[in-house]
Ligand binder design. Sequence first.
Ligand code: TPP
Length: 312
Amino acid sequence: MDQDTALRLYEAMLLTRLTEERLVKLFRQGRTLGSVYRSLGQEATACATALALGPEDVIAPLIRNLGSMFVRGATPKEVFLQYLGRATGPTGGREHNNHFGSVARGIIAPTSMLGAMIPVMAGVALAFRQKGERRVAMTWIGDGGSSTGAFYEGLNFAVVQKLPLIVVGEANGYAFSTPPEHQMAGRMAQRSQGAFCLTVDGNDAVAVFEAAAQARQRCLEGKGPAFLVCETFRQAGHAEHDDQRYVDPGLLAQWAAKDPLPRFEAWMAQRGWKADPSLPARLEARLQASAEAALEAPWPDPETLTRGVFSA
Ligand SMILES: Cc1ncc(C[n+]2csc(CCOP(=O)(O)OP(=O)(O)O)c2C)c(N)n1
């Protein structure tokens, strides 16, 4: 990873963390329409995977992959407008978290049905191959989500068809309050179904980036899909309404010591690389302005209620 990429990765991870911290404040003030879903401790798995892609590639992030959306150009203001349900947000107040896409940025909006995006992205990858385009499709899935039929169907199809699809598996300790051993036999990597599979330390941003770059290269060479398992830990509750009382505090402390941000800073420091010291303050100022603008943004007009939604 070169210095420029490292600095971009650091900024994306920091922006994700600070944006989510601000969302938590808005939640506690009762201003968000629903709960806030964080990627605390998992910023590397979202940011470093997306950063290993080319601008022509397409992603379908899930709720814990806000960082990947920032890598592709989504803005904190859009995220605040979404969570606050405002008319000028990406979905015009129809949805109230980061379930929004942007075709121009190569982001496909997810549906909440876990696993569903895997066949969708296998289809995107199939279209790339049929058109002879050198592009890759990427999506993410949690350990819980990898127990769905859609996960198996989508990945199996991609393996059989040798499609340029990267599925990032986030083995993050819990699916809501369910630990993996209560819903999964064996380890996540055993679900690869013949896809090229790597298991990496998901809190090591460099390892994640390198594995994703390798997976992308194989896809571009026509070698078929990759299943990239990132071992990490969800450092917050499922969402802000969940106080995580079912998680052993010792385990949380163990993973807190592996926080991807300071680890990556230390790795950069070993190379004499350092982010601009004014970066946190600049990001905070941007977030403050974005949050204020979103709070002043208009609510959707009830007259428009049926626009932009499907009807029979
Ligand atoms: C098919 C399906 N079943 C159940 C749910 C409800 N649900 C939303 S998130 C979640 C837990 C997901 O756990 P995991 O896939 O491990 O991801 P994590 O939240 O740990 O990132 C569940 C059960 C859903 N959205 N889709």
